[in-house]
Design a protein around this ligand. Structure first.
Ligand code: HAM
Length: 424
């Protein structure tokens, strides 16, 4: 027998029972970013492989091991995007969005990385990314962090911890790097294979090692903070002080580095320990050099991306009360005259309340089995129409989620009832 088709490892179907929660969270995200004046941009999922090599860095896990790259029919090397920043910068340069202007942009969609799949780590995952261009001061850094914090507030999550660091300017980082290399060379015998490799190719990535012994070694490594010049220090201090003023608590983590090479100055991550080893929900930072590196004019920039699967996991864990149903009503019908009327009544409801979600039971089934289907549909209410209701020009309504008695209402009162439901 032919083998059953299955989704590709690390790539998941999102089933109908899950989508209402995703939509609910996506709605909060859309409202929050628009509330800060960010505009949506949509980029293709495929880009030239060279774009990612040039921006993320040749010696990073993503480019070295994780990209889905292939030659197309013309022999051009293309890659499924592993992240959105490179594409966003490419699009902004290509369409002249960066000439003497600032831009506040956001995007969402699937990203692809050939990582080892585990809980919270997938090969296709969804990100929401936010990028701000043309602003060099620390105010925009604060704005982005404030935006994330506002989103957590709207989603009712307060279990995330903000980790903050600065990578300094290019020249400061260069000096720091050489001191770090000295330190790591002095401790070479304690390094594992991966760190030895990173020491040669990209030494700051050693700081990102997950090996506990290396993490111990890092605790006494030189810290970038002591290599900052006045400008970088002032930039960082402004952020810390303003976050303090806003009541957003944070930890300065001088060994926080990011897995992509384009960062400079401010970097940050929102983490939780409720999700095991894949606890970084949202991460980003400044990348002042990237626009020029990809062929645009020098343009300061900063952004972040959040992982939707991880955000959904944490919301599920701590917000048992969050609405996951999407259906308002399920129409239960007895008799063919009632069936015709149910179409007319549901049309009236949809005309007056465009956002109402209701299903009409199709086919003929007993009252009992229709109630069962109504319950299974996740609808909040059953609407019932049979001979009695037809005679009285009314519709029965019964909550499917509590023990309230069934009542009967005229169509105009039913409309008022659902208008109230949708208001809450
Ligand atoms: P990143 O740290 O690679 O940064 O990814 C951001 C977030 O995407 C992570 O914190 C995590 O929540 C989620 N994520 C990453 N890889 C996976 C995976 N394999 N499975 C599930 N979730 C994942 C970036 O991508 C940068 N572009 C962020 C940025 C925007 N920096 C500046 N602007």
């Amino acid at each position: 027998m032919e083998k059953k088709f299955q989704a590709i490892r690390g790539m998941h179907d999102l089933l109908p029972e899950e989508t209402p929660l995703w939509q609910n969270i996506e709605k909060h995200i859309r409202e929050t970013v628009s509330c800060f004046g960010y505009q949506e941009i949509r980029m293709p999922i495929l880009e030239s492989t060279h774009l990612f090599k040039r921006s993320i860095g040749e010696i990073t896990d993503i480019v070295e091991k994780e990209m889905y790259s292939f030659s197309d029919r013309n022999g051009d090397s293309l890659s499924l995007r592993p992240e959105g920043t490179a594409s966003c910068v490419r699009a902004a340069i290509e369409h002249g969005l960066l000439y003497n202007q600032t831009q506040r942009l956001w995007y969402q969609g699937p990203m692809f990385r050939h990582e080892r799949p585990q809980k919270g780590r997938y090969r296709q995952f969804f990100q929401v990314g936010v990028e701000a261009f043309g602003m060099s001061g620390p105010d925009i850094d604060v704005e982005l962090i404030q935006l994330t914090s506002e989103l957590w507030k709207r989603l009712g999550i307060n279990q995330l911890k903000l980790h903050l660091n600065t990578l300094g300017s290019n020249s400061e980082r260069l000096i720091y790097k050489s001191r770090l290399v000295e330190y790591l060379r002095d401790n070479q015998s304690k390094l594992d294979e991966d760190s030895l490799r990173r020491l040669k190719s990209n030494p700051m990535r050693v700081l990102d090692s997950k090996n506990p012994e290396i993490q111990d070694l890092i605790k006494t490594a030189p810290s970038i903070i002591s290599f900052l010049g006045d400008d970088s220090k002032q930039h960082f201090d402004f952020i810390c002080e303003t976050l303090g003023l806003l009541g957003i608590s944070f930890t300065i983590d001088p060994y926080l580095v990011r897995g992509l090479d384009y960062y400079s100055n401010t970097v940050f991550e929102w983490k939780t320990d409720l999700l095991g080893s894949q606890g970084t929900i949202c991460a980003g930072g400044r990348y002042d050099g990237l626009v020029a590196q990809l062929g645009g004019q020098e343009t300061p920039a900063i952004g972040f991306a959040l992982g939707m699967e991880r955000l959904i996991s944490i919301v599920k864990k701590i917000r048992k009360d969050i609405s996951t149903t999407s259906l308002d009503a399920y129409f239960i019908i007895v008799g063919s005259e009632a069936k015709k009327q149910s179409f007319a009544i549901s049309q009236e409801l949809r005309d007056k309340i465009p956002e109402i979600k209701l299903i009409i039971n199709c086919g003929n089934a007993s009252l009992k089995s229709q109630f069962k289907k109504a319950d299974k549909s996740g609808a909040m209410y059953a609407l019932i129409i049979g001979d009695d209701e037809l005679r009285n020009n009314e519709i029965g309504i019964k909550s499917l989620r509590d023990n309230e008695q069934q009542i009967s209402l005229k169509v105009e009162d039913l409309i008022k009832f659902f208008l109230k439901v949708k208001e809450n």
